[in-house]
Design a protein around this ligand. Structure first.
Ligand SMILES: Nc1ncnc2c1ncn2[C@@H]1O[C@H](COP(=O)(O)OP(=O)(O)O)[C@@H](O)[C@H]1O
Ligand SMILES: [Mg+2]
Length: 375
């Protein structure tokens, strides 16, 4: 999948910018606060329907203007897709895919797939579990409409059940309502659990050889799913009956606790996973270098995973990561370009890209929201 053309109008610090991207490597150089991340953010926004930096789309509107517009011309093998998105300060929002108006933003998912890698991602294994759930959600929602649907239904059940628990008075109508929402929680929670378990197994399959390459073949990588925050292992032959029974049994045990704390304490909203290197939890015992290699191996595995599911590599967005990585890890990233993955990579200095230039056909400089093509 390739982004051929990109237009930004009143988006962040861009006034008007139109860019024809190279199908291979695109190097974007600029000092701090010039608009490098903003540019990648625009692609990621068209890909996922949200920004990785703000939960409010209105933050994306260029200050002192009344709305922004984004366009991407995407090529998916032999197919061309046009995406147009605009948002006005008056809350008027319009999304068009191939000229057809789409009411829901989630229509974007799967149209332009991307993997974004930023220095903050280096916290993926060290940071809080919410980070890892978000990672799985963003990746899986792009490639699987079933996943997205299941996640939305689960979140709805969770919200309703939590609302009910907050005002629970123990009366019969409340009890019946609680049972209803518990049924929904279990139904979609079980499906979500199974989808995440399978996705992690598939990711690990690709991350393992990646780590071999990055670390010189010394370490074995495993991703271990921790459903609902518990040290449960369902194994490869995981099935709905087994997960449902376990879910119900734990819910039963936590029943009084949930009433006392007035919130749902069991379910995928508490999911986590750990990464083991040679059977040792990298989060607790890994060096910083090992953690970085493991994150990189997992992020690179996302590309293979998405290709496996969709038949096409996503677009790779690398924001300012080179200065954070040593030579062997940079080399591993550079290898991706040879696999024909369209890459947009940013950095503050041209010399970060020594060894990369020969592979690229687009080098641009970004200054104060203006992009000038160098090569
Ligand atoms: N909505 C906005 N309107 C105008 N400028 C913005 C907006 N949001 C951020 N900026 C500006 O964009 C610049 C940061 O751009 P960014 O892409 O993060 O920089 P970098 O090149 O370091 O990645 C800052 O100067 C910031 O003030
Ligand atoms: Mg930046």
């Amino acid at each position: 999948m390739k982004v051929e053309t990109l237009t930004l109008h009143n988006f962040r610090n861009y006034d008007h910018c139109q860019l024809a991207l190279h199908p291979g490597l695109n190097i974007l150089i600029g000092k701090n606060a010039q608009g490098k991340t903003n540019l990648l953010e625009s692609v990621h926004f068209l890909s996922t329907g949200r920004s990785h930096r703000t939960s409010s789309q209105y933050d994306l509107i260029r200050w002192d203007t009344t709305g922004f517009f984004l366009h991407a011309g995407v090529r998916k093998r032999n197919l061309k897709v046009q995406i147009d998105f605009s948002l006005g300060a008056d809350r008027r929002r319009e999304l068009k895919i191939n000229g057809i108006v789409e009411r829901k933003l989630s229509a974007l998912l799967g149209v332009l797939n991307s993997v974004l890698f930023t220095p903050e991602d280096l916290q993926l294994l060290k940071g809080p579990p919410a980070l890892r759930r978000r990672f799985l959600d963003i990746e899986l929602s792009q490639v699987s409409p079933v996943y997205l649907y299941t996640l939305q239904q689960y979140n709805r059940a969770l919200l309703q059940r939590n609302n009910l628990l907050r005002s629970f008075d123990g009366k019969a109508t409340n009890k019946i309502a609680l049972e209803t929402w518990t049924e929904q929680l279990v139904r979609f929670g079980v499906r979500l659990t199974i989808l995440r378990q399978k996705a992690l197994a598939a990711l690990a399959k690709h991350a393992e050889p990646n780590l071999y390459r990055i670390s010189g073949g010394e370490e074995k990588l495993q991703l271990v799913y921790r459903p609902w925050g518990y040290a449960l292992e369902f194994g490869a032959g995981v099935n709905e009956t087994e997960v449902t029974e376990t879910f119900r049994a734990i819910l039963e045990k936590q029943h009084d606790n949930e009433l006392r704390r007035r919130q749902s304490l069991v379910g995928p909203h508490r999911d986590d996973f750990v990464c083991l290197l040679n059977d040792i939890d990298v989060r607790e015992f890994g060096s910083q270098g090992q953690q970085r290699s493991a994150v990189l191996a997992i992020k690179m595995a996302e590309l293979e995973f998405m290709r496996e599911v969709t038949g096409d590599y996503p677009v790779l967005l690398l924001d300012d990561v080179l200065s954070e990585l040593d030579a062997s890890r940079r080399q591993a990233l550079l290898g991706l370009v040879d696999q024909g993955i369209q890459t947009l990579i940013t950095g503050t200095e041209a010399n970060l890209f020594t060894g990369w230039q020969s592979k690229s056909l687009l080098i641009a400089e970004i200054t104060d929201g203006i992009i000038s093509i160098v090569q």
